[in-house]
Design a binder for this molecule. Structure first.
Ligand code: ZN
Length: 494
């Protein structure tokens, strides 16, 4: 997220430097709309309990696996018992149903059954430690150790931190006598790390909700974070990145047949050689780049809070759009926000060093923009590859998600919570990776992916990696956010 923002801003500055016809007067006038500073009362958070419960949650290795028989189901049982023991008020107020092996569906009705409930979702499972890297960990990956101002271990940022923060926030609200007008679902999948399709726990929960006739007002899942965007002399903001859409993914295998034979008598171009042309065609003919409305939000929201040079770009965005789109499409880190990306990831020829390939194949991984389907990808390949002998096979595909609207109660609630500090800027953005929240699309239009933790890019990069850890100084803020969000969403019938 931060990389993306930075790239957008750098590209913007570059465009200005290029001396495109910008209007300075417009830039001077462009300032964020002045709102009266909203006083947000402090929230009580039991940080010691949260720390302890997160450490203990990490100590239960709820590692998921694609293979049902390889999962240690006792750990999930243990995790359920742990939640029940640590959050007694929650378990009194919410009904509990175990769905599809070990996913959890919790529900607390609101006082007004005519209102659509909200959902807070998370996954209980974590990824394993990559074999051979155990020794690289500074502390036991399943030890939940507190050291150096952090809590260490698998799941510390993906996503037991988030799951336990949701539990903490609701337990605390209940201690404070909270009575929701709107119902609340807490939905905890058990295999998000391995399955993001119709067989996953989230899909089962979603179908269960559908069969109950439930329609959700809003759903919140992991996703963005709080990132400090500081570019000296240009920008000083806290970016609150809220994911509102997810790119799709498709792996397509492309095959070319060859004559084979002994490598001592090679033709001018064998199947692999011809495949090289296919790869070049694909790389030379990228999908069209587009400056989407979503990108405009991503760009404008922080820019209006920047210094004059940054505002100059913002005020003249319309004129600069083609230059910006071009600049972004040329930055590998940023290209993914303006177009469907194409990456050739695997290649295969013959099975032996002295055998000509009878068949050459490649795998191409596409990440689709919302609105681009697997069928569009196939059509694109057929169009740009000159060799018409290619055979295509869809290996795996996940269509892009819908784009959640931002003029909603939930999105405005997030903005309101962050409105007290003028440095905060809430930005809707496109998530590159995948989560299972799209499986809830049949029961909810307003799906937001946001984890309220202030994290550095370095720490975020530790997701699924060695020395995954969460700084303690960002934990209190997260529980306070969830308290405000859940209370705000369930407070009145408007
Ligand atoms: Zn996750």
């Amino acid at each position: 997220m931060k990389n993306t923002t930075k790239a957008v801003l750098c590209a913007g500055s570059a465009a200005v430097a290029a001396g495109l016809g910008v209007n300075i007067a417009k830039a001077v006038k462009l300032k964020p709309a002045k709102k009266d500073a909203v006083e947000i009362p402090a929230e009580h958070v039991d940080l010691e309990r949260y720390k302890k419960n997160l450490s203990d949650a990490i100590r239960i290795p709820t590692v998921s696996d694609r293979d049902h028989d390889k999962v240690d189901w006792a750990q999930f049982e243990k995790f359920r018992a742990f939640l029940e023991e640590r959050y007694p008020l929650f378990h009194k107020a919410f009904s509990k149903q175990i769905v599809s092996d070990a996913s959890l569906l919790y529900y607390m009705p609101g006082s007004d059954p005519s209102l659509d409930p909200i959902a807070m979702i998370a996954h209980q499972d974590v990824v394993p430690i990559t074999p051979g890297t155990e020794q690289d960990w500074k502390y036991d990956p399943f030890g939940g150790v507190e050291a150096e101002g952090c809590i260490w271990g698998r799941g510390a940022i993906d996503m037991k931190n988030h799951l336990i923060a949701v539990m903490e926030s609701i337990e605390t609200l209940l201690e404070e006598g909270w009575q929701p007008v709107r119902g609340v679902y807490v939905l905890l999948g058990h295999n998000e790390e391995n399955m993001m399709h119709h067989e996953s726990g989230a899909a089962y929960i979603s179908r269960e909700l559908e069969s109950r006739g439930v329609h959700l007002e809003a759903l919140m899942d992991e996703g963005g974070a709080v990132l400090e965007a500081r570019v000296k002399g240009l920008l000083d903001v806290n970016v609150i990145g809220v994911g509102i859409a997810e790119k799709g993914q498709a792996d397509i295998e492309i095959t070319l047949k060859g004559k084979g034979g002994h490598s001592s008598q090679p033709p001018v171009h064998n199947a692999l050689g011809r495949m090289a042309d296919v790869i070049k065609d694909l790389e030379d003919h990228q999908f069209k780049s587009e400056f989407t409305p979503l990108l405009e939000e991503l760009f404008m929201r922080p820019a209006v809070k920047g210094t004059l040079p940054v505002r100059m770009v913002a005020a003249n965005l319309k004129a600069l759009r083609p230059a910006l789109t071009f600049a972004l499409s040329k930055i590998p880190l940023a290209a993914g926000i303006v177009r469907t990306t194409t990456a050739v990831t695997m290649a295969q020829g013959s099975p032996a060093p002295n055998v000509l390939p009878q068949k050459a194949s490649i795998n191409v991984n596409f990440r689709m923009m919302p609105g681009t389907s697997t069928k569009d990808v196939i059509d694109h390949i057929r169009k740009v590859v000159k060799n018409k002998d290619i055979e295509l096979r869809v290996v795996k595909t996940k269509e892009p998600s819908r784009v959640s609207p931002i003029d909603t109660k939930a999105f405005h609630m997030i903005e309101e919570i962050y409105s007290a500090d003028p440095k905060n800027v809430v930005i809707p953005y496109l998530v590159f990776g995948g989560t299972d929240s799209y499986l809830y699309e049949p029961v909810c239009e307003n799906i937001y992916k946001y984890s309220p933790f202030r994290l550095s890019v370095e720490l975020l990069a530790n997701t699924h990696g060695t020395n995954e850890r969460i700084p303690i100084d960002c934990m209190e803020e997260a529980v306070a956010f969830f308290k405000r969000y859940v209370r705000g969403m369930t407070a009145s019938s408007e």
